[in-house]
Design a protein around this ligand. Structure first.
Ligand code: ADP
Ligand code: MG
Length: 184
């Protein structure tokens, strides 16, 4: 099956989750992430959920009231995005493709992040990621070393699938589902 066909199937399945189930599963995923946070402050790239993506709002609230720093994507073009700081929820604003972003001006290089938490339409058992088909994270991570940032995918267990990755596909180091952490 092609990545495109599989992506369509997986998104349809994810969209069919009730919003109650999605919130419950998202909370389990958030709890695992919060418990994995180190004591020392780190720089964390995350994202604002669109549609039926895993919703990390509760993680963000926790980070905003801690010494950790939070950054979220801002779409720059059809192929590029940057990570922009979010200091408090009042900075949230609607961005490109209807995805919420931050009105802050401070940005950070992907390679300077300690963690990068990414959504996906699917993942495989080797840790490969199926995105929305734009290749945004593949391009951003191409500029990074394998050591930083730590690449964390979040997904519902129902998003696991088998597919052949392309040569440019950047795998996750860890995947967090409602069942816990999976290490690549
Ligand atoms: P996604 O990762 O969002 O599921 P794909 O892996 O299918 O999407 O990539 C989408 C497109 O992005 C592909 O057509 C590919 O050519 C392009 N792309 C991905 N990574 C790179 C890269 N590092 N450099 C240039 N183009 C890339
Ligand atoms: Mg890809």
């Amino acid at each position: 099956m092609s990545k495109d066909t599989l992506r369509t199937q997986l998104l349809k399945a994810r969209n069919s989750l009730s919003s109650e189930a999605r919130q419950r599963l998202s909370h389990s995923i958030t709890d695992y992430l919060i418990h994995a946070l180190p004591k020392n402050p780190i720089r964390i790239g995350s994202y604002m959920a669109l549609g039926s993506e895993v919703d990390l709002k509760a993680l963000h609230s926790e980070l905003l009231s801690s010494r950790h720093r939070l950054y979220i994507p801002r779409i720059l073009s059809r192929t590029a995005m940057e990570m922009v700081a979010l200091d408090h929820e009042e900075q949230l604003t609607e961005g490109t493709y209807g995805i919420q972003t931050s009105s802050q001006t401070e940005t950070i290089e992907f390679r300077a992040l300690d963690w990068l938490i990414m959504p996906c339409s699917g993942f495989d058992q080797r840790g490969y990621r199926l995105g929305m088909g734009g290749g945004f994270y593949d391009r951003a991570l191409e500029q990074c070393s394998p050591n930083a940032p730590l690449r964390i995918g979040v997904a519902f267990t129902s998003q696991q699938a088998s597919f052949e990755p392309d040569p440019w596909d950047q795998p996750f180091d860890w995947i967090v589902t409602e069942a816990g952490f999976i290490r690549r």
